[in-house]
Design a protein around this ligand. Structure first.
Ligand code: ADP
Ligand code: MG
Length: 625
């Protein structure tokens, strides 16, 4: 069979162009990437061989070899792992499948220097070979197939694939080094690079000397089996990069051995940066499961709950059987004990980290929205998780505070935790719903993550205090004595009961089914009106979220609260007595007030044309009349 030609996916070409034309100072990381891939490939085959030992019968000693040919100026990185077949070569080395890399590409600006910084942050895996090589030959044979293939490219838009009958199991990558890259032919240099970036790799990385001597360059034992005091922060970091396919610093490194009824080792990390796939529908956890140092799966949902899916790293169990299958992992009692232990340990570690307020705030801004999913998914740990939550409030001045701090600052007579939900804190801070709270100095928790709507409505209480929405009827605001920050204002005159009733009746008549009810408000001090959700109705913000996601069509009707102390409302009350032409004005005013309340709440007027007509009419009366 003759050579076949393929085009790189457009994104790959773009990436390669930047990789090749940038004067990237950290070129040696290509070796880390190739060794990392080789190690993954051996892990995968080792697992397959548990059920199919024939796959490795001829060669069970997994290893990665580096071979240098000074005359030909080539460096070859080879492994005896799972290998690739024709289709896999095309797919894996011709496209970009990884979501992280795809997101990385979308951030590239074409500005070479900026983009190179990004490469440092994200890594580009196999394609980093082209930083040092102007031609790359990949010879591969899949462990369960008989024919081998050779993939060749100069990284300029296309690659060719040809049969390679001589290929042995695994993958061998021959790099034809660019002209100024001779350093990668030097044993000293290779030794140093492997020690720096790949020492944690559990397989031997062996340098084949041109004289036939072999030298193992790394420690070749799984990092997590080594004593903590023998592991440097750099080694932990390199392991994190390898295991998480990440390139940031770990915010938290947690390495421990659980002993007792269930034995396992955890080497776990919390990233500093938000992974790109944090909010996909699958909400998959990413920690890898090993059994007695053999990689089993990176897709074990039973290992950690979805609300800890930002965790990275490995768990190595002593107790699970090696030949465990996916099905056996479901409802496995050993695994569920490991999961319990892990969750307990991670949460207790986080609680300790919370003592460093500014560092914890960074974690919270990155992953708090995920952890909060536990508030409604892990009922048993609800209170514990609530303690760990941090919030922006109307009085926290941009800082994050805990609910305990909130409770300490409650006002005399205050019995609830008051909160408001919305899209962003700045808009919420100016919401009319908060006027009464501000006047009494009552702190209101600002909830701006979509997940907040889901836990806050089902949470019940925290330390005996229930959560009460500032955008819902029945606030109990009048029970709070509070304290005004400004000099006490003379209480504004309010409408006499009968007049107020008459106005409410008139407004209800004008608005009909547009509102559920019209009521006098105790939360407004400056605005004439606002819309609130009735006691047991869905919150207005949640309704909007659901509608944005097209999960709900029928609008819920709302309660219009009016401020009987507001001059405009009192003027309208006077109009209700007049009758005649005043009735039309009152009707228009009622609609304008409702539409205004909708606009402030982030909605649009139901009838924009009618709204504009009424504004014009009112302005005419004010300006012309
Ligand atoms: P990543 O490792 O993050 O998936 P890479 O660009 O490093 O991205 O590798 C792309 C893919 O190519 C890998 O996911 C793997 O499927 C395949 N691959 C790369 N190197 C090897 C190898 N030595 N053996 C088997 N498969 C490999
Ligand atoms: Mg890789």
């Amino acid at each position: 069979m003759s050579e076949e030609k393929f085009q790189f996916q457009a994104e790959v070409s773009k990436l390669l162009d930047i990789v090749v034309h940038s004067l990237y100072s950290n070129k040696q990381i290509f070796l880390r990437e190739l060794i990392s891939n080789a190690s993954d490939a051996c892990d995968r085959l080792r697992y397959l061989a548990i059920t199919d030992p024939g796959l490795i019968a001829s060669d069970a000693a997994f290893r990665i070899t580096l071979a240098v040919d000074k005359a030909a100026r080539t460096l070859t990185v080879a492994d005896n792992g799972v290998g690739m077949n024709h289709a896999e070569l095309v797919e894996n080395l011709g496209t970009i499948a990884r979501s992280g890399t795809a997101a990385f590409l979308s951030q590239m600006s074409g500005d070479k220097r900026g983009d190179v910084n990004l490469i440092g942050q994200f890594g580009v895996g196999f394609y980093s070979s082209f930083m040092v090589a102007d031609k790359v030959e990949v010879t591969a044979r899949r462990a369960d197939e008989n024919s081998g293939w050779r993939w060749v490219s100069d990284g300029k838009g296309e690659f060719v694939i040809d049969a390679a009958p001589e290929a042995t199991r695994g993958v061998s990558i021959k790099l034809h080094l660019r002209k100024d890259e001779d350093e990668f032919l030097e044993p000293t240099r290779l030794r140093h690079i492997v020690k720096t970036y790949s020492d944690h790799i559990a397989l031997p990385v062996v340098l084949l000397g041109e004289d036939g001597k072999e030298e193992t360059l790394n420690a070749a034992s799984a990092l997590w089996t080594r004593p903590r005091q023998d592991i440097t922060p750099e080694q932990y970091k390199e392991f994190y990069h390898h295991v998480a396919h990440a390139f940031d610093e770990p915010w938290l490194t947690l390495h421990y051995k659980a002993e007792g009824a269930i034995e396992y080792t955890g080497l776990l990390f919390i990233p500093e940066q938000k992974p790109f796939d944090l909010f996909t529908v699958e909400r998959k956890q990413k920690v890898k499961l090993y059994v007695r140092r053999v990689f089993i799966t990176d897709d074990c949902e039973e290992l950690l709950p979805p609300y800890l899916r930002f965790m990275r790293g490995i768990v190595d169990s002593q107790d699970l059987p090696l030949n465990i299958s996916r099905e056996m992992l479901q409802h496995n009692p050993v695994l569920s004990k490991i999961k319990n232990g892990l969750v307990r340990r991670i949460l207790s570690e986080l609680k300790q980290k919370a003592e460093d307020t500014s560092s914890y705030a960074k974690f919270w801004e990155t992953f708090g929205a995920v952890l909060k999913e536990g508030l409604y998914e892990d009922f048993e740990r609800r209170t514990e998780l609530l303690e760990m939550c941090r919030f922006h409030t109307t009085r926290s001045g941009g800082d994050l505070i805990s609910l305990d701090t909130y409770l300490e600052r409650m006002k005399p007579g205050q019995e609830h935790i008051h909160y408001i939900t919305g899209d962003d804190a700045n808009t919420l801070m100016r919401s009319p719903h908060l006027e009464g709270y501000a006047a009494k100095g009552v702190e209101v928790v600002l909830l701006t993550d979509p997940v907040d709507e889901f836990w806050v409505s089902s949470i019940g209480d925290y330390k005996g205090k229930t959560f009460v929405s500032a955008a819902r009827s029945g606030t109990d605001l009048d029970k709070i004595t509070g304290e005004t920050t400004e000099a006490p204002q003379p209480a504004a005159e309010t409408l006499p009961g009968a007049t107020l009733e008459a106005l409410i009746t008139a407004l209800k008549a004008a608005l009909g089914s547009q509102v559920k009810d019209v009521r006098a408000s105790d939360r407004l001090t400056e605005s004439p009106v606002c819309l609130v959700a009735d006691q047991n109705d869905m919150s207005i913000h949640l309704e909007r979220l659901l509608r944005q996601h097209k999960q709900m069509a029928e609008p819920v009707s709302r309660v219009l609260e009016i401020n009987p102390r507001h001059a405009l409302i009192r003027r309208l009350a006077a109009l209700t007595q007049d009758g005649g032409a005043a009735a039309d004005t009152l009707h228009d005013a009622a609609w304008l007030l409702l539409d205004q309340a909708r606009i402030i709440g982030g909605e649009v007027p139901t009838d924009a044309v009618a709204f504009a007509r009424r504004v014009t009419a009112m302005m005419e009366k004010g300006l012309v009349g």
